[in-house]
Design a binder for this molecule. Sequence first.
Ligand code: UDP
Length: 409
Amino acid sequence: MTSLLEAYQEVVGPQVVQELLVVAARVRHRSMQHINSTAVGGGVAEILTRLLPLLADIGVRATWDVIRGDQRFFEVTKAIHNALHGKGPPLTPEMWEVYQAATRANLEQVQLKGDVIFVHDPQPAGLVEARERIGRQWVWRCHIDVSTPDESTWGFLRPLVELYDAAIFSMPEFAQSLSIPQYLVAPSIDPLSDKNRELDAGTVSATLDRHGIDAGRPVLTQISRFDRLKDPLGVIAAYRLVKQRHDCQLVLAGGGAADDPEGEQTLEEVRARAADDPDIHVILLPPLSDLEINALVRGSTIVFQKSLKEGFGLTVSEALWKGKPVIGGAVGGIRIQVLNGVTGYLVHSPEGAANRALELLRNPALCRRMGENGHEHVKQNFLLTRQLKDYLLLMLALEHPGERLIRLP
Ligand code: UDP
C-alpha cells in the first residue's frame, strides 16, 4: 500500500481503503477523464485537485482538462449557472450562440482521450456532441442545485444532457426527469489537504494576528468566493444584529474563480457595506490560500455559509470537520451537512442567522458539542474516499448497463 493510502487509512480506517482497492481492481482497465472550466477557484476544481492523486494511487488512470473561453463566454455560462439555480434572467438565443461557438472551439482544443469522460457542470457540457464521432462513455456531473431551474434555460441544456450515458446530481432533490440514468453522489473534502489537515495553534494565531483579528474575542467567519448567491451582504447584516448584543468580529474571506466574471463587483459591494467598521475583516485571498483558509476557520468561533442558493457548499464540511458549528442558509446541499440543531443551524434570513449566532455565542458547551457532531457527520459521509468509491462504482455500473446486481469478488 502506498504511503498516501496509509495516511487515508489512518483517518477512515482499513475497511474503507480495502473496499476502494477491491472496486478499483474491477475498473482500472478503463481510464477516466475529467473536464471542467477552471483549474482554480470553486468547489469543482478543489475536488479534482485532490481526487486525481488519489486515483493514481489506487491505480486508476485519470486525467483532467480545462476548457477555454473568453470573457463573453464566461458571462454567458455564469448567466446559465444563475438561471439553473432559478436566480437570474433566462438565456437568450444570442447567448446560446456564444455558448455553442465556444463549444465548437473547445472541441478542436480538448483531446478527448478517456474511456469514461466526466464533464462537470454546464460550461463544458456541449462537448458531448463529439460522442457520435468518437464513442466512449459520457457522464454529466452536475454540481448545481437544478431543482427549480429557469425552464427555458434548462430547455436549452436538457437536450445536451440527454446525449450523455448518465448524469450525476449531488442530492435526490436535484434529480430531473431525464431519459438517461441518474446517480446521486455528494461532493466531499480531503482530510489530508492543506485546507483541512490539523494545524498547530501557533500557525492559527499567527494567521489571525497577520489580519489584525483578535483571538481573544469571538470570530464569525464566512469563506466564499465573492458571489451574490453566497449572500455576503446578508452575513454583514447578521453580524450587525449580533453586535448590538454580543461582542464579535466578522471575517469575510475569499477570492474569485477564473470562470466567474461577477466577483469583483460583489467584492466592491461588500467593501462598501463593511465601510470603516474595524471589526469587519474583508480578506481578498489569492488562489491557493489553503493553509490560510484552514487557519482562519480554525481560529473562528462560528462559521457561516449563508448562501441563497448552493449546489453543495464544500466550505460547510470544511468547517464541520474542524469542529466548528455552522450557520447555513437552508438551501441545496447545505441541508445535508448542517443537521439543524445537531451540527449547526439552518436559517432563512439575516435575523435568523443573528439569533442562532447569539445562541451559540452564549453557550460555548453547545458550540463544542455541535462541533463534535459535525466532525463525525463529515467523517461518515463527506470525505474524499467515499466520493471516490461512488465514482468507481459508477464506472462499474456503466460497464453493466441494466444489471441490478454486480458481484464483486
Ligand atoms: N475557496 C478557496 N478560496 C477562496 C474561496 C473559496 O479556496 O477564496 C474554496 C473553499 O474553501 C471550498 C471551495 O473553494 O473548498 C468552494 O467550494 P463551495 O462548494 O463551497 O462553493 P463554490 O465556490 O463551488 O460555489
